[in-house]
Design a protein around this ligand. Structure first.
Ligand code: DNO
Length: 387
Protein backbone atom coordinates (compact mmCIF):
# COMPACT_ATOMS: atom_id res chain seq x y z
CA UNK A 1 0.00 0.00 0.00
CA UNK A 2 1.22 3.50 -0.79
CA UNK A 3 1.07 5.73 2.27
CA UNK A 4 1.36 9.49 2.37
CA UNK A 5 4.75 10.90 3.23
CA UNK A 6 4.51 12.85 6.50
CA UNK A 7 6.15 16.22 6.14
CA UNK A 8 6.39 19.41 8.19
CA UNK A 9 6.98 23.00 7.23
CA UNK A 10 10.16 24.40 8.72
CA UNK A 11 11.04 28.06 8.28
CA UNK A 12 14.78 27.42 8.53
CA UNK A 13 17.31 28.07 11.28
CA UNK A 14 15.28 30.98 12.73
CA UNK A 15 12.12 28.92 13.15
CA UNK A 16 11.18 28.68 16.84
CA UNK A 17 10.19 25.08 16.08
CA UNK A 18 13.48 23.22 15.75
CA UNK A 19 14.33 20.18 13.65
CA UNK A 20 14.59 18.25 16.92
CA UNK A 21 10.98 19.26 17.76
CA UNK A 22 9.88 18.08 14.35
CA UNK A 23 11.53 14.71 14.96
CA UNK A 24 9.39 14.30 18.03
CA UNK A 25 6.25 15.14 16.06
CA UNK A 26 7.05 12.13 13.88
CA UNK A 27 7.44 13.74 10.46
CA UNK A 28 10.07 12.35 8.12
CA UNK A 29 10.15 15.00 5.41
CA UNK A 30 10.88 18.70 5.59
CA UNK A 31 9.13 21.38 3.59
CA UNK A 32 11.16 24.56 3.52
CA UNK A 33 12.43 27.49 1.50
CA UNK A 34 15.48 29.73 1.35
CA UNK A 35 13.63 32.64 2.92
CA UNK A 36 16.77 34.79 3.00
CA UNK A 37 17.01 34.97 -0.79
CA UNK A 38 15.19 38.09 -2.03
CA UNK A 39 12.07 37.52 -4.10
CA UNK A 40 12.87 36.98 -7.72
CA UNK A 41 16.56 36.20 -7.20
CA UNK A 42 18.25 32.93 -8.08
CA UNK A 43 18.49 30.11 -5.57
CA UNK A 44 22.13 29.16 -6.01
CA UNK A 45 23.32 25.58 -5.84
CA UNK A 46 25.57 26.47 -2.90
CA UNK A 47 22.70 27.78 -0.79
CA UNK A 48 20.42 24.87 -1.67
CA UNK A 49 23.07 22.28 -0.89
CA UNK A 50 23.91 23.94 2.42
CA UNK A 51 20.28 23.88 3.57
CA UNK A 52 19.83 20.33 2.34
CA UNK A 53 22.84 19.16 4.32
CA UNK A 54 21.41 20.76 7.45
CA UNK A 55 18.06 19.03 6.95
CA UNK A 56 19.70 15.68 6.27
CA UNK A 57 22.11 15.95 9.20
CA UNK A 58 19.02 16.02 11.43
CA UNK A 59 17.78 12.80 9.84
CA UNK A 60 15.20 14.24 7.42
CA UNK A 61 14.65 14.39 3.69
CA UNK A 62 14.04 17.77 2.09
CA UNK A 63 10.84 16.65 0.38
CA UNK A 64 9.29 19.85 -0.94
CA UNK A 65 10.38 23.40 -1.61
CA UNK A 66 7.68 25.77 -0.37
CA UNK A 67 7.85 28.28 -1.90
CA UNK A 68 9.89 29.91 -4.59
CA UNK A 69 7.91 33.13 -4.69
CA UNK A 70 6.83 34.56 -8.01
CA UNK A 71 7.85 38.16 -8.61
CA UNK A 72 5.02 40.67 -9.21
CA UNK A 73 6.55 41.49 -12.62
CA UNK A 74 5.82 37.92 -13.69
CA UNK A 75 2.25 38.00 -12.40
CA UNK A 76 1.57 41.30 -14.15
CA UNK A 77 3.76 40.48 -17.16
CA UNK A 78 5.38 43.88 -17.03
CA UNK A 79 8.91 45.29 -16.62
CA UNK A 80 11.71 42.74 -16.44
CA UNK A 81 9.38 39.76 -16.29
CA UNK A 82 11.37 37.81 -18.87
CA UNK A 83 14.53 38.10 -16.78
CA UNK A 84 12.63 37.05 -13.69
CA UNK A 85 11.26 33.99 -15.50
CA UNK A 86 14.78 33.06 -16.57
CA UNK A 87 15.96 33.39 -12.97
CA UNK A 88 13.03 31.27 -11.82
CA UNK A 89 13.98 28.56 -14.29
CA UNK A 90 17.56 28.62 -13.04
CA UNK A 91 16.30 28.15 -9.49
CA UNK A 92 14.14 25.24 -10.66
CA UNK A 93 17.10 23.57 -12.33
CA UNK A 94 19.27 24.07 -9.25
CA UNK A 95 16.63 22.59 -6.96
CA UNK A 96 16.17 19.65 -9.32
CA UNK A 97 19.92 19.04 -9.50
CA UNK A 98 20.02 18.89 -5.70
CA UNK A 99 17.44 16.09 -5.85
CA UNK A 100 14.46 17.83 -4.22
CA UNK A 101 11.41 16.47 -6.05
CA UNK A 102 8.66 19.12 -5.67
CA UNK A 103 8.46 22.92 -5.81
CA UNK A 104 5.41 24.83 -4.55
CA UNK A 105 4.46 28.35 -5.58
CA UNK A 106 1.37 30.49 -5.80
CA UNK A 107 -0.01 33.07 -8.18
CA UNK A 108 -1.91 35.30 -5.77
CA UNK A 109 -1.59 38.97 -6.69
CA UNK A 110 0.19 41.17 -4.10
CA UNK A 111 -0.25 39.10 -0.93
CA UNK A 112 0.13 35.45 -0.12
CA UNK A 113 -2.67 34.25 2.23
CA UNK A 114 -4.90 36.87 3.85
CA UNK A 115 -6.59 36.82 7.25
CA UNK A 116 -8.10 39.49 9.49
CA UNK A 117 -7.14 37.94 12.85
CA UNK A 118 -4.35 35.64 13.97
CA UNK A 119 -5.78 35.04 17.43
CA UNK A 120 -9.45 34.12 17.14
CA UNK A 121 -10.36 32.43 20.38
CA UNK A 122 -11.75 28.90 20.24
CA UNK A 123 -14.07 27.68 23.01
CA UNK A 124 -11.22 25.53 24.38
CA UNK A 125 -8.93 28.58 24.74
CA UNK A 126 -6.70 27.85 21.78
CA UNK A 127 -6.24 30.48 19.06
CA UNK A 128 -7.01 30.19 15.37
CA UNK A 129 -6.54 32.25 12.21
CA UNK A 130 -9.72 33.99 11.07
CA UNK A 131 -11.10 35.75 8.00
CA UNK A 132 -13.94 38.21 8.45
CA UNK A 133 -15.49 40.26 5.65
CA UNK A 134 -16.46 43.20 7.86
CA UNK A 135 -12.90 43.55 9.13
CA UNK A 136 -11.55 43.28 5.61
CA UNK A 137 -13.91 46.09 4.58
CA UNK A 138 -12.78 48.20 7.58
CA UNK A 139 -9.19 47.74 6.44
CA UNK A 140 -9.91 48.32 2.77
CA UNK A 141 -12.19 51.36 3.09
CA UNK A 142 -10.99 53.14 6.23
CA UNK A 143 -7.32 52.19 6.65
CA UNK A 144 -6.06 51.51 3.15
CA UNK A 145 -8.59 53.92 1.59
CA UNK A 146 -8.47 52.11 -1.73
CA UNK A 147 -10.30 54.05 -4.45
CA UNK A 148 -13.70 52.50 -5.15
CA UNK A 149 -13.32 49.96 -2.33
CA UNK A 150 -17.02 50.34 -1.37
CA UNK A 151 -17.98 48.71 -4.66
CA UNK A 152 -16.40 45.45 -3.53
CA UNK A 153 -18.84 44.83 -0.66
CA UNK A 154 -22.57 44.29 -0.30
CA UNK A 155 -24.64 46.85 1.61
CA UNK A 156 -24.92 44.84 4.82
CA UNK A 157 -21.13 44.49 5.08
CA UNK A 158 -20.64 48.21 4.36
CA UNK A 159 -23.03 49.14 7.17
CA UNK A 160 -21.39 46.84 9.67
CA UNK A 161 -17.95 48.06 8.63
CA UNK A 162 -18.90 51.67 9.28
CA UNK A 163 -20.12 50.79 12.75
CA UNK A 164 -17.15 48.64 13.56
CA UNK A 165 -14.69 51.24 12.36
CA UNK A 166 -16.21 53.80 14.71
CA UNK A 167 -15.84 51.39 17.62
CA UNK A 168 -12.23 50.41 16.95
CA UNK A 169 -9.36 52.11 18.83
CA UNK A 170 -6.16 53.22 17.07
CA UNK A 171 -4.43 50.12 18.43
CA UNK A 172 -7.14 47.84 17.09
CA UNK A 173 -6.92 49.46 13.67
CA UNK A 174 -3.12 49.14 13.64
CA UNK A 175 -3.36 45.50 14.65
CA UNK A 176 -5.88 44.82 11.88
CA UNK A 177 -3.63 46.49 9.29
CA UNK A 178 -0.66 44.44 10.50
CA UNK A 179 -2.55 41.19 10.04
CA UNK A 180 -4.05 41.94 6.63
CA UNK A 181 -0.73 43.17 5.30
CA UNK A 182 1.30 40.33 6.83
CA UNK A 183 1.68 39.25 3.22
CA UNK A 184 4.38 36.86 2.34
CA UNK A 185 6.15 34.56 4.83
CA UNK A 186 9.57 35.91 5.67
CA UNK A 187 8.77 39.31 4.18
CA UNK A 188 8.59 42.53 6.22
CA UNK A 189 5.21 44.23 6.30
CA UNK A 190 5.09 47.34 4.11
CA UNK A 191 3.13 50.59 4.52
CA UNK A 192 -0.42 51.13 3.28
CA UNK A 193 1.02 53.36 0.54
CA UNK A 194 3.27 50.52 -0.61
CA UNK A 195 0.28 48.24 -0.68
CA UNK A 196 -1.72 50.74 -2.72
CA UNK A 197 1.18 50.99 -5.17
CA UNK A 198 1.21 47.23 -5.56
CA UNK A 199 -2.57 47.11 -6.07
CA UNK A 200 -2.24 49.81 -8.70
CA UNK A 201 -0.11 47.45 -10.80
CA UNK A 202 -3.21 45.31 -11.28
CA UNK A 203 -5.60 48.06 -12.32
CA UNK A 204 -5.72 46.86 -15.94
CA UNK A 205 -5.42 43.15 -15.17
CA UNK A 206 -8.72 41.32 -15.03
CA UNK A 207 -9.31 37.65 -14.41
CA UNK A 208 -8.71 36.68 -18.05
CA UNK A 209 -5.46 38.60 -18.23
CA UNK A 210 -4.17 37.07 -15.01
CA UNK A 211 -5.15 33.62 -16.26
CA UNK A 212 -3.15 34.20 -19.43
CA UNK A 213 -0.18 35.47 -17.42
CA UNK A 214 -0.31 32.35 -15.30
CA UNK A 215 -0.40 30.03 -18.31
CA UNK A 216 2.43 31.91 -19.99
CA UNK A 217 4.54 31.49 -16.85
CA UNK A 218 3.56 27.84 -16.41
CA UNK A 219 4.45 27.03 -19.99
CA UNK A 220 7.94 28.40 -19.45
CA UNK A 221 8.65 26.92 -16.06
CA UNK A 222 7.03 23.54 -16.55
CA UNK A 223 9.22 22.89 -19.58
CA UNK A 224 12.30 23.59 -17.45
CA UNK A 225 10.91 21.49 -14.61
CA UNK A 226 10.01 18.52 -16.80
CA UNK A 227 13.41 18.57 -18.41
CA UNK A 228 15.23 18.66 -15.10
CA UNK A 229 12.96 16.14 -13.36
CA UNK A 230 11.12 18.13 -10.70
CA UNK A 231 7.36 18.54 -10.15
CA UNK A 232 5.64 21.88 -9.71
CA UNK A 233 2.71 22.38 -7.35
CA UNK A 234 0.67 25.56 -7.51
CA UNK A 235 -1.01 26.50 -4.25
CA UNK A 236 -4.64 27.65 -4.42
CA UNK A 237 -5.71 31.18 -3.62
CA UNK A 238 -6.26 31.69 0.09
CA UNK A 239 -9.01 32.76 0.51
CA UNK A 240 -10.39 31.36 -2.76
CA UNK A 241 -12.35 34.44 -3.84
CA UNK A 242 -11.40 37.95 -5.02
CA UNK A 243 -10.32 40.39 -2.31
CA UNK A 244 -9.16 44.02 -2.38
CA UNK A 245 -10.34 44.33 -5.96
CA UNK A 246 -7.80 41.76 -7.18
CA UNK A 247 -8.55 38.96 -9.63
CA UNK A 248 -8.19 35.30 -8.60
CA UNK A 249 -7.41 32.41 -10.93
CA UNK A 250 -6.57 29.40 -8.74
CA UNK A 251 -9.71 29.09 -6.62
CA UNK A 252 -12.11 26.55 -8.12
CA UNK A 253 -12.37 23.34 -10.16
CA UNK A 254 -12.78 25.24 -13.44
CA UNK A 255 -9.59 27.23 -12.74
CA UNK A 256 -7.57 24.04 -12.31
CA UNK A 257 -9.12 22.51 -15.43
CA UNK A 258 -8.21 25.59 -17.38
CA UNK A 259 -4.50 25.79 -16.73
CA UNK A 260 -3.90 22.05 -16.42
CA UNK A 261 -5.39 21.54 -19.87
CA UNK A 262 -3.77 24.55 -21.39
CA UNK A 263 -0.32 23.66 -20.04
CA UNK A 264 -0.48 19.91 -20.25
CA UNK A 265 2.96 18.92 -19.09
CA UNK A 266 3.84 16.20 -16.57
CA UNK A 267 5.58 18.71 -14.29
CA UNK A 268 2.65 21.14 -14.16
CA UNK A 269 0.62 20.25 -11.10
CA UNK A 270 -1.11 21.27 -7.92
CA UNK A 271 -0.60 21.62 -4.20
CA UNK A 272 -4.00 20.45 -3.00
CA UNK A 273 -4.65 22.67 0.02
CA UNK A 274 -7.89 21.57 1.66
CA UNK A 275 -8.00 24.59 3.96
CA UNK A 276 -7.75 27.13 1.15
CA UNK A 277 -10.14 25.35 -1.19
CA UNK A 278 -12.54 24.48 1.62
CA UNK A 279 -13.13 28.16 2.42
CA UNK A 280 -15.41 28.32 -0.60
CA UNK A 281 -18.72 26.47 -0.28
CA UNK A 282 -18.65 25.91 -4.05
CA UNK A 283 -15.71 23.52 -3.95
CA UNK A 284 -16.44 19.81 -3.66
CA UNK A 285 -13.07 18.64 -2.39
CA UNK A 286 -13.28 14.83 -2.78
CA UNK A 287 -14.49 15.39 -6.35
CA UNK A 288 -11.64 17.80 -7.02
CA UNK A 289 -9.11 15.22 -5.83
CA UNK A 290 -10.56 12.85 -8.41
CA UNK A 291 -10.57 15.35 -11.23
CA UNK A 292 -7.10 16.80 -10.63
CA UNK A 293 -5.88 13.25 -10.04
CA UNK A 294 -2.30 12.55 -10.97
CA UNK A 295 -1.56 16.26 -11.20
CA UNK A 296 -1.71 16.57 -7.43
CA UNK A 297 1.92 16.71 -6.39
CA UNK A 298 1.63 17.84 -2.79
CA UNK A 299 -1.13 17.98 -0.17
CA UNK A 300 -1.91 20.42 2.67
CA UNK A 301 -4.44 19.01 5.12
CA UNK A 302 -6.39 21.57 7.12
CA UNK A 303 -9.99 22.40 7.96
CA UNK A 304 -12.18 25.50 8.10
CA UNK A 305 -15.56 26.42 9.54
CA UNK A 306 -17.54 28.92 7.49
CA UNK A 307 -20.58 31.00 8.39
CA UNK A 308 -23.40 32.34 6.22
CA UNK A 309 -21.60 35.59 5.47
CA UNK A 310 -18.57 33.72 4.11
CA UNK A 311 -16.37 34.40 7.14
CA UNK A 312 -14.31 31.43 8.25
CA UNK A 313 -11.97 30.30 10.99
CA UNK A 314 -9.41 27.53 10.84
CA UNK A 315 -10.95 24.59 12.66
CA UNK A 316 -9.42 21.47 14.18
CA UNK A 317 -8.07 19.25 11.43
CA UNK A 318 -10.94 16.81 11.89
CA UNK A 319 -13.46 19.36 13.05
CA UNK A 320 -14.61 21.83 10.35
CA UNK A 321 -16.71 21.81 7.18
CA UNK A 322 -14.31 19.69 5.13
CA UNK A 323 -15.12 16.00 5.16
CA UNK A 324 -11.54 14.98 5.92
CA UNK A 325 -12.39 11.28 5.89
CA UNK A 326 -13.74 11.48 2.35
CA UNK A 327 -10.85 13.67 1.18
CA UNK A 328 -8.08 11.52 2.64
CA UNK A 329 -9.81 8.42 1.27
CA UNK A 330 -9.71 9.89 -2.25
CA UNK A 331 -6.05 10.79 -1.83
CA UNK A 332 -5.23 7.27 -0.70
CA UNK A 333 -7.09 5.83 -3.70
CA UNK A 334 -5.17 8.15 -5.97
CA UNK A 335 -1.89 6.95 -4.53
CA UNK A 336 -2.73 3.30 -5.16
CA UNK A 337 -3.98 4.06 -8.65
CA UNK A 338 -0.84 5.94 -9.67
CA UNK A 339 1.48 3.86 -7.50
CA UNK A 340 3.12 6.70 -5.66
CA UNK A 341 3.23 8.33 -2.25
CA UNK A 342 2.28 11.96 -2.02
CA UNK A 343 3.92 14.23 0.52
CA UNK A 344 1.41 15.91 2.83
CA UNK A 345 1.80 18.26 5.72
CA UNK A 346 -0.57 19.27 8.49
CA UNK A 347 -1.25 22.80 7.34
CA UNK A 348 -1.49 25.22 10.22
CA UNK A 349 -2.68 24.31 13.68
CA UNK A 350 -4.14 26.15 16.61
CA UNK A 351 -1.89 28.00 18.99
CA UNK A 352 -2.46 25.92 22.10
CA UNK A 353 -1.00 24.65 25.37
CA UNK A 354 2.60 25.88 25.88
CA UNK A 355 2.65 27.56 22.48
CA UNK A 356 0.22 30.17 23.82
CA UNK A 357 3.17 31.58 25.78
CA UNK A 358 5.56 31.58 22.83
CA UNK A 359 6.04 33.68 19.74
CA UNK A 360 5.33 31.43 16.81
CA UNK A 361 4.87 31.94 13.08
CA UNK A 362 1.11 32.46 12.52
CA UNK A 363 -0.46 29.06 11.91
CA UNK A 364 2.84 27.28 12.40
CA UNK A 365 3.12 26.63 16.12
CA UNK A 366 4.44 23.22 17.15
CA UNK A 367 1.70 21.69 19.24
CA UNK A 368 -1.36 22.49 17.10
CA UNK A 369 0.38 21.01 14.08
CA UNK A 370 1.60 18.04 16.08
CA UNK A 371 -2.04 17.34 16.91
CA UNK A 372 -3.01 17.78 13.25
CA UNK A 373 -0.26 15.47 12.06
CA UNK A 374 -1.18 12.82 14.61
CA UNK A 375 -4.85 12.98 13.64
CA UNK A 376 -4.11 12.76 9.93
CA UNK A 377 -1.68 9.90 10.47
CA UNK A 378 -4.31 8.00 12.44
CA UNK A 379 -6.98 8.73 9.87
CA UNK A 380 -4.79 7.37 7.11
CA UNK A 381 -3.95 4.25 9.08
CA UNK A 382 -7.63 3.63 9.76
CA UNK A 383 -8.60 4.10 6.14
CA UNK A 384 -5.87 2.10 4.45
CA UNK A 385 -7.67 -1.20 4.94
CA UNK A 386 -10.92 0.11 3.54
CA UNK A 387 -9.82 1.39 0.14
C1 DNO B 1 0.12 29.41 4.26
C2 DNO B 1 0.76 28.65 3.18
C3 DNO B 1 1.02 29.53 1.98
C4 DNO B 1 1.78 28.78 0.93
C5 DNO B 1 2.05 29.56 -0.31
C6 DNO B 1 2.64 28.68 -1.37
O1 DNO B 1 0.19 29.03 5.37
O2 DNO B 1 0.09 27.51 2.86
O3 DNO B 1 1.77 30.63 2.40
O4 DNO B 1 3.01 28.39 1.44
O5 DNO B 1 0.92 30.17 -0.79
O6 DNO B 1 3.26 29.45 -2.33
Amino acid sequence: MYKMEQTWRWYGPDDPVSLQDIKQAGATGIVTALHHIPHGEIWTTDEIVKRKAEVEAAGFTWSVVESITVHESIKTRTGNYKDYIEKYKTSIRNVAAAGIPVITYNFMPVNDWTRTSLSYKMPDGSLALYFNWVDLAVFDIYILKRKGAELSYPQNILQQAEERFKGYSEEQLDALADVVMAGIPGEKKGSTQEMLNKLELYKDIDRNALQENLCFFQKEISAAAEESGVKLAIHPDDPPFPILGLPRVVSAAEDFNYFLNKVDNSANGVCFCTGSLGASGKNDLPKMVQSIGEKIHFVHLRNVTKDEEGNFYEADHLGGDNDMVAIVKEILKLQQKFKKSLPFRPDHGHQMLDDLKKKTNPGYSAIGRLRGLAEMRGLEMGLLDSI
